[in-house]
Design a binder for this molecule. Structure first.
Ligand SMILES: [Zn+2]
Length: 353
């Protein structure tokens, strides 16, 4: 079994699928479509040119397995898979073709379980046109999003918000700065004050901010700026609302009318409850199937899992994703398969009853 998945992973790594290369992404999607010929129903989608697939014999499967085929760009040589010891090297081996291969095998073996395989081609560029669309068309009870998690189960991630907020000060002549309020300096102070409330340690799962750019309409050296716009990248937990409220309280203005902001983009957080029934079921079944203790944890990054109502990220062990020495540990692909396969089989029993 593990050999089939290993061969499949190698075949997928060998198919060059750099993000945005629609022609090549389509070719890989064709390959996956053919794989299910006569086994399961396959529906192909194309949003904003990005191809994606939904493979299931159910109109609304309980469980969705999701993974992306696109990879970040790499040297030509990285698209030739190489095995050294227990490691398979190559672009995408870890992020995320080992997951694609393991999930493909599970789907092939359990076509009559209430499961669906969702394959997307924009996972490295935000997932809006793949999982973003398909998760809405296929609401499910639970989703397992295949990512390079080192066999950890990730149930919560931070959300991100890109926002421009304005702070207004009071202009004064530079010879008498005490008569005014420098909007840039005061704005920075207030931002620091807001985020100091959270325990901003490196290891801490708390909100963070980055001032990406500051602009002002002031063009005079001898004048205190009475206005400044801060372009922020804010990483939040759960909902961005509390931080927006804090910004308002500290007199930041959002386009002059408090909400909405001058420019705002929100990437929601993944927030599956740690005691969610599906999550705990999966953990139990997966631990038994793999004879391995699996860690539940939070992660700072964000992925396609956030598009589902109830989801986790789970995937093989490896390292150096996005770099020249990307690899996946072969034994861990087997464990990934065992875990997801065992859980998928329980979906079948539930629907039979
Ligand atoms: Zn990925």
């Amino acid at each position: 079994m593990v050999n089939d998945i290993l061969e499949l992973t190698k075949a997928l790594v060998g198919m060059k699928t750099p993000c945005g290369d629609i022609r090549r992404l389509n070719r890989c999607i064709d390959f996956i479509m053919d794989y299910y010929h006569g086994i399961a129903r396959v529906k192909r989608f194309q949003y904003n040119r990005f191809p994606s697939l939904m493979i299931s014999n159910y109109v609304r499967p309980n469980l969705i397995l999701n993974a992306h085929i696109d990879v970040v760009g790499a040297d030509e040589s990285m698209f030739t898979p190489r095995i050294k010891g227990d490691k398979l090297y190559g672009r995408g081996a870890f992020d995320s073709k080992a997951q694609v291969a393991a999930f493909m095998q599970v789907m092939k073996e359990n076509p009559n379980s209430s499961i669906g395989l969702m394959i997307t081609s924009d996972g490295e560029v935000g997932g809006k046109w793949g999982t973003g669309r398909l998760a809405k068309e296929y609401p499910c009870k639970f989703a397992i999003v295949g990512e390079a998690t080192n066999l950890d189960i990730i149930y919560e991630t931070k959300g991100a918000m890109w926002i421009d907020v304005e702070y207004r000060g009071k202009s004064a002549h530079a010879v008498e700065p005490w008569k005014g309020v420098n909007a840039i300096e005061e704005g920075m102070k207030r931002l620091e004050k807001i985020f100091k409330k959270y325990n901003n340690k490196k290891s801490d799962f708390s909100p963070t901010y980055n001032v990406a750019a500051v602009s002002t309409r002031n063009t005079f050296y001898n004048k205190l700026p009475d206005q400044a716009v801060f372009s922020l990248d804010i990483r939040f937990i759960g909902s961005p609302e509390p931080i927006l409220k804090e910004l308002k309280k500290e007199n930041f203005v959002f386009n002059g009318k408090s909400y909405p902001a001058l420019n705002k983009k929100v990437f929601p957080a993944l927030k599956t409850k740690q005691n969610d029934k599906y999550l705990l079921d999966f953990k139990n079944i997966a631990e038994k199937a793999t004879k391995t203790k699996l860690k539940l944890r939070k992660d700072a990054g964000f992925t396609d899992a956030r598009y589902f109502k109830n989801a986790i990220e789970f995937g093989a062990k490896g390292g150096d994703a996005h770099s020249d020495t990307e690899y996946v540990e072969i034994k861990s692909i087997e464990k990934l398969y065992q875990a997801v396969s065992a859980f998928s089989k329980t979906q079948e029993e539930k629907t039979k009853k």
